[in-house]
Design a protein around this ligand. Structure first.
Ligand SMILES: [Zn+2]
Length: 139
């Protein structure tokens, strides 16, 4: 009778739910880490490694946020308030020391509404003009 010997690595893991220790072959465990697929303890509790998926989601969110910020930089640097809002509203903003669209974005709707002379019409006008930059005032 022919015998072969194979050396494999079994990694001990513990069920998060019932605490039973069980072994998973290491290369299989690596694939579970990569995929985030569900596996089961010996008592049938489902589990998965979520860390990688979460990190990928965070990375994707950060990329989207970075892209949005990159769009704002040229906007804040180059565009005057007159590009976004009527002259009469610009005067109201200037009176409160608001001179750039960057400041307008910082204030958001509630901050702007607190400024004398700025109301819903002005907010709608700013949002309308911001639309072409895929930006909206924060609430
Ligand atoms: Zn279990």
């Amino acid at each position: 009778m022919k015998q072969t010997t194979e050396i494999i690595t079994i990694t001990l893991v513990t069920c998060y739910s019932c605490g039973v220790p069980f072994g998973i072959e290491e290369s299989f465990r690596q694939s579970l880490l990569q995929s985030g697929n569900t596996f089961y303890c010996t008592n049938g509790h489902n589990q998965c490694y979520t860390r990688r998926k979460n990190l990928e989601e965070q990375l994707e969110e950060s990329r989207a946020e970075k892209k949005a910020l990159e769009c704002r930089i040229p906007l804040c640097e180059s565009k005057t308030l007159y590009s976004f809002i009527q002259y009469r509203f610009v005067n109201s903003l200037n009176n409160e020391g608001v001179e750039t669209i960057g400041q307008v974005l910082e204030l958001g709707e509630s901050g702007l509404m607190a400024i004398y002379g700025i109301g819903k019409i002005a907010i709608d006008e700013i949002n309308y003009n911001l639309n072409s930059y895929n930006i909206r005032l924060k609430p």
